[in-house]
Design a protein around this ligand. Structure first.
Ligand SMILES: *[C@@H]1O[C@H](CO)[C@@H](O)[C@H](O)[C@H]1NC(C)=O
Ligand SMILES: *[C@@H]1O[C@H](CO)[C@@H](O)[C@H](O)[C@H]1NC(C)=O
Length: 398
């Protein structure tokens, strides 16, 4: 009967197809993963996880200017701003889900947080993203050129987010900078998601330098502080220290989780970077970060970084480089002469564990604090963080 023949042919074909899939996937799974659901297609997703005033704008630019990168700065700013009367703990999953959607170039998620009639300029710090100033989002900057933020602000706005979304799809790397994660656990589903290839660069900075920088523009942090402190009633004089304590605890929590107690899916996906090391050896540290996420250093970027870190890059957008690598070494030391020793003592107390873990030496007197020839940075071997105490270089040397 024709029906029967058809059925056995079908069965045969199904078996054949099954065998083909097994063979095909057997060969290809280790390379990319066309056999899982919605594979990442070789696309790499980078979370630049940092905290306020820790040099993440500068490091963000280093990624943003790369021709293979679609970069957005702080998409979760919108979540915290829209839902400002709640706490970081309650918002973390909304932030996580927003980040996951943006990694997939789905910007529709932003609509929950934007005004009804929005355009590209509604995105927080949008002109910091070179990709939003280049084709296909905007004809201004040819790909591979360094983008000029001022010009971008004036010529690359567009209504709706469609253009940004289409642009995102054309890049091999999506890089998001966030200061609003205080742990890694909420990101576990992203590490395990076969459609994402997530890497985390955890950028930290000396808490004393952070405190000084935050004090310079304290008013800008009022709303975020309240979210960090879960809307608790905290005496004004205490807010700064309690926030610093939360930030420092998060550094410990995140790096311990990634380096000491890491689940298998985190292996090779986390890199800890100290801003002071970037300031001292920019090209070397930036090259290592690029390598970690699979980006090549280009001649053009090398030149740009050189200019930026050797005092010729002043015109490249003052806003983007408020903390430039060039003055970062001075800025990193500035707390030593401008913060009172009692404040330094206080922040050292609340951040003690993080400081010893990350290699920032404490000072014990006003005199020691002001002796700028005493280096407070415990040296690290390049490319790798060593946990072994007393096995690093002679601390007196550098
Ligand atoms: C985008 O929105 C801003 C502010 O509402 C407006 O001034 C600007 O003209 C808009 N641009 C476009 C291209 O729609
Ligand atoms: C960026 O553009 C502005 C305005 O056109 C200009 O003044 C500035 O010099 C430019 N910066 C660089 C680095 O080219």
């Amino acid at each position: 009967m024709p029906h029967r023949v058809k059925l056995s042919t079908m069965v045969f074909l199904v078996i054949l197809q099954g065998a083909a899939v097994v063979l095909f996937c057997g060969w290809y799974v280790p390379l990319s993963s066309p056999c899982g659901s919605a594979p990442s297609d070789g696309k790499v997703h980078v979370l630049l996880l940092s905290s306020w005033r820790s040099g993440s704008s500068f490091v963000g630019q280093v990624f943003s200017q790369h021709p293979s990168v679609f970069y957005l700065m702080e998409p979760a700013w919108h979540v915290w701003t829209k839902l400002r009367n709640t706490g970081a703990h309650a918002l973390r999953m909304a932030v996580r889900d927003l980040v996951r959607s943006v990694f997939r170039c789905d910007l529709s998620v932003m609509e929950a947080y934007l005004p009804e009639r929005h355009n590209i300029s509604s995105l927080f710090m949008w002109s910091h993203s070179r990709a939003l100033c280049s084709l296909p989002a905007c004809p201004l900057t040819p790909r591979g050129h360094i983008s000029n933020q001022t010009q971008c602000l004036h010529s690359c706005d567009e209504s709706g987010l469609q253009g940004a979304q289409e642009a995102c799809a054309t890049y091999s790397h999506v890089v998001l900078k966030e200061v609003r994660f205080f742990e890694l656990e909420s990101l576990y589903p992203l590490f395990q998601d076969p459609s994402l290839d997530l890497r985390v660069i955890h950028l930290v900075r000396d808490p004393r330098a952070v405190l000084r920088s935050r004090e310079e523009s304290a008013r800008a942090f009022v709303s975020d502080n309240a979210v960090v402190l879960e809307q608790r009633n905290v005496p004004a004089a205490e807010v700064q220290y309690q926030v610093m304590q939360e930030i420092c605890r998060s550094h410990v929590r995140v790096s311990e989780r990634a380096l000491r107690k890491s689940p298998p899916f985190l292996k090779g996906r986390y890199k800890l970077v100290r801003y002071e090391d970037v300031a001292r050896n920019p090209l070397q540290e930036i090259t290592a970060m690029y390598e970690f996420v699979g980006l090549d250093m280009t001649v053009q970027l090398k030149e740009w970084i050189h200019q930026l870190t050797h005092g010729k890059g002043k015109g490249s957008g003052k806003e983007a480089f408020k903390i430039t690598s060039r003055n970062a070494a001075d800025v990193s030391q500035a707390w030593r002469t401008t913060l009172t020793h009692s404040k330094v003592k206080r922040v050292q107390e609340v951040c003690q564990e993080a400081m010893s873990m990350l290699g920032y030496r404490t000072v014990h007197s006003d005199k020691e604090q002001k002796r700028l020839d005493v280096d407070l940075l415990v040296p690290r071997e390049p490319y790798r963080f060593s946990w072994l105490p007393a096995k690093t270089d002679d601390p007196a040397k550098s």
